[in-house]
Design a protein around this ligand. Structure first.
Ligand SMILES: Cc1ncc(COP(=O)(O)O)c(C=O)c1O
Length: 391
């Protein structure tokens, strides 16, 4: 099967075939065989045995009792918020350092995302600021529907501290584990924290269904309600009968088959991403002013590896390395632009320390995909070494 490695928005679609990308899909013959089997079974629909099996397998992998497979991680966040009773005008605490989907899901419900800063070492939600935020919101008389910690680049947030803070405030937690499948923290898998958790199988994630996601929880009723909402909230009658507004959010049986093949390969893909991070750690070990984001987390799935550059100590900026890499057909990206700097969230309530802004200004994410070959990684390493030599 001719599998295109490049996402549709990649510059490498227009001719530069050997451009090395950040995190392209890693698919091959196993995915082909699973997909074909599903196609030939006749279950070409958003229901079927592959969906059910994929749900069981992912739930088992992350230590949850129930799961519902969806068309995206964003859909999962949206449904989790609805199922936990989020209402227009509620506040929902979201880290400012995240991908926009986390905050967008809150906006879909009519609630207000309250943007809280991150821990500078890990980039994850700062528990002390979270506590302050919940306290401020309580004193302002605001109803807080949920806290949505994000497992930044596949490194679990500090749930040891976050969960008791939220429990004391009586606020449910939805773990945005979109990037974190395979990560562990304190012996617990990512997506096992909070009332519900959400995974993404978008094309750039650790495993992909090309597009897809899953909501997992130990709460049977919550998952059953999300399943009902994800299929247009149909009442169990032969004619179409609806008493709630539903959504078309179900994952197709074909894509679930793709996901099952990917899941079988997950451990190998994790090992590969972790090996990439080790290589980067060695490469930068003797470089003053450079650290790896979240390098202290041995349970990270290493979905993406980012460096953080202290310009004064290093004598160069992350953006200079980005330009050098781009000139050599290697994709890099800044660490996310925080939500409070996004025009669409310009008027959002914030609790900030400056940590997310500093990571945005000084961070650079490096190619981390499990499909990256040793030769490609050699090329990335040589290009970085060449840049460092010229400083
Ligand atoms: C932190 C985070 N949350 C949510 C999402 C949304 O997932 P999806 O693209 O599957 O909707 C993503 C990824 O895209 C993400 O990185």
């Amino acid at each position: 099967m001719a599998v295109r490695e490049q996402p549709a928005d990649s510059p490498s679609m227009d001719g530069t075939a050997d451009r090395i990308l950040l995190s392209p899909p890693d698919v091959g013959p196993l995915e082909e065989s699973y997909l074909l089997r599903a196609l030939r079974s006749g279950w070409v629909a958003p229901v079927g045995p592959e969906v059910e099996a994929f749900e069981r397998e992912v739930a088992a992998r992350v230590g949850r009792s129930h799961a519902v497979a969806l068309s995206s991680g964003t859909a999962g966040l949206h449904l989790a918020l609805i199922a936990l009773g989020t209402r227009p005008g509620d506040a929902v605490v979201v880290p400012t350092l995240t991908f926009v989907a986390t905050a967008n899901a809150v906006v879909y419900t009519g609630a207000e995302p309250v943007l809280v800063d991150c821990d500078p070492e890990s980039g994850n939600l700062d528990p002390a600021l979270l506590e302050r935020t919940l306290d401020e919101l309580r004193r302002a008389g605001r109803r807080v529907a949920a806290v949505l910690p994000v497992d930044m680049f596949g490194s679990c947030a500090d749930y040891d501290r976050i969960l008791p803070i939220c429990a004391a405030a009586g606020v449910p937690v939805i773990e945005d584990a979109a990037e974190a499948l395979g990560a562990v923290r304190d012996g617990r898998p990512a997506a096992s924290f909070g009332q519900a958790a959400v995974l993404s199988f978008n094309g750039n994630k650790i495993i992909t269904t090309s597009g897809g996601g899953m909501l997992v929880s130990d709460d049977h009723d919550l998952v059953a309600h999300c399943r009902y909402l994800s299929t247009q909230a149909r009442q169990p009658v032969r004619h179409y009968e609806h008493t709630d507004t539903g959504y078309n959010y179900r994952l197709s049986n074909l894509l679930a088959a793709l996901g099952r093949a990917q899941l079988r390969r997950l451990d190998g893909m994790l090992a590969r991403r972790r090996a990439h991070r080790e290589r980067y750690a060695k490469l930068f070990a003797a470089t003053p002013g450079v650290r790896l984001l979240g390098s202290g987390d041995i349970g990270a799935n290493c979905w993406l590896t980012s460096i953080v550059v202290d310009r004064a100590a290093a004598g160069w900026q992350a953006a200079e390395l980005a330009r050098h890499m781009d000139a050599h057909e290697i994709e890099t990206r800044p660490i996310w632009k925080p939500m409070h700097l996004q025009p669409v969230f310009a008027s959002a309530r914030t609790v900030l320390s400056g940590a997310a802004e500093r990571l945005f200004a000084s961070g650079l994410t490096l190619p981390s995909g499990s499909a990256m070959t040793d030769q490609q990684l050699d090329r990335v390493a040589a290009t970085i070494a060449d840049f460092l030599d010229r400083r």
